[in-house]
Design a protein around this ligand. Sequence first.
Ligand code: BGC
Length: 389
Amino acid sequence: MASTQQPQNLRRHIGGRQARPFWGAIVCGCGVLCSPMFAEVKVADFGTTTDGIAVKQYTLTNSHGVVVKLIARGATLAEWHVPDQHGNMDDVVFGFDDVAGYESKDNGYFGATAGRVANRIAGGKFKIDGQEYTLAKNDGPNTLHGGLQRSLDKVVWEGQSFEKNGEQGVAFKYVSPDGEEGFPGKLTCRVTYTLTDKNEVRIDYNAATDKATPINLTNHAYFNLSGAGSPTILDHELMLAADHYTPIDETLIPTGQIAPVAGTPFDFREFHKIGARVDQLTDQPGKGYDHNFVLNSQTGKLALAAKVRDPKSGRVLSVYTTEPGVQLYVGNFLTGAKGKGGKTYNHRSGLCLETQHYPDSINQPKFPSVILRPGKTYQHTCVYQIATE
Ligand code: BGC
């Protein structure tokens, strides 16, 4: 199409708002604007929650044909279709085909935004400025991933799609009222996903509160680089930019120690197959890797945290973060949930690299603080990039 005219139907009504089209201005030899690159985030109805709330689905596409789908329940990364070394596309993250799947007990936080405090809080209790707060215990004696009913993975966020500098994204917002799930303060959270032309999913987190409160947001995507539903991730090779990790007790709460990885199965300073030493870890429920690694970069600047290589597909996942830690979880508790397209998510067939502060930081004075105070802004960036080699 060679045209200088904008098509009549460009302004489409999306999710109750007007979507602004993106025009890539291509000026050809004849000096006119040719082949305008119209890129628009597709917005569709994904279904309705049991509470009757409509859930939108957003489809992002980049110039390499990489497709990412997000859903507003849990501000969730639901699909990521990327080429392998031969150019074949696979969806490499876990998810479900409908809202009922996400609401089911089979959903182990697949792709969701976890919070207000991702990971564990010992005994479901903490104190801030002398005041004690009690939370619902949803993981044995502890609180996991923000609580029982209205943790951030379970609520429906408001989404606003955008196109910026040729890249597509969605900005999600959720305001958690004072006291929700037992946490103090009205917390305004923003999670913005951008699909870049470098095949990155960039996640920018931002939050503000009106009372001192703990916060630790992360994304809980499960990856299998051979395609979600492939039988194992034990053949994936992992490198972590971490000389230390935080040992845990029998309920997966850190002991408070910051231990060197050298000479242990936690030493991923060079690539190792995940399966090579996983069975040496037998001390905690689920066994296998479910540990926080203390990243070498503690500057708050974006730095490489992890790389995962899948020899079968040639896909390589790189993880960058501004956070001080990353939780490596290798799907020890997966028991065969039926996911997208009827695929089965078996034991250790998906792995999570959750960039975050350390577990139970609110009760561990030696760990970097997770307390957000009024007037301050919580910020965290995580970049997942998938390339081939
Ligand atoms: C935790 C696991 C937990 C899983 C829930 C991970 O972040 O570390 O222990 O079972 O989330 O899906």
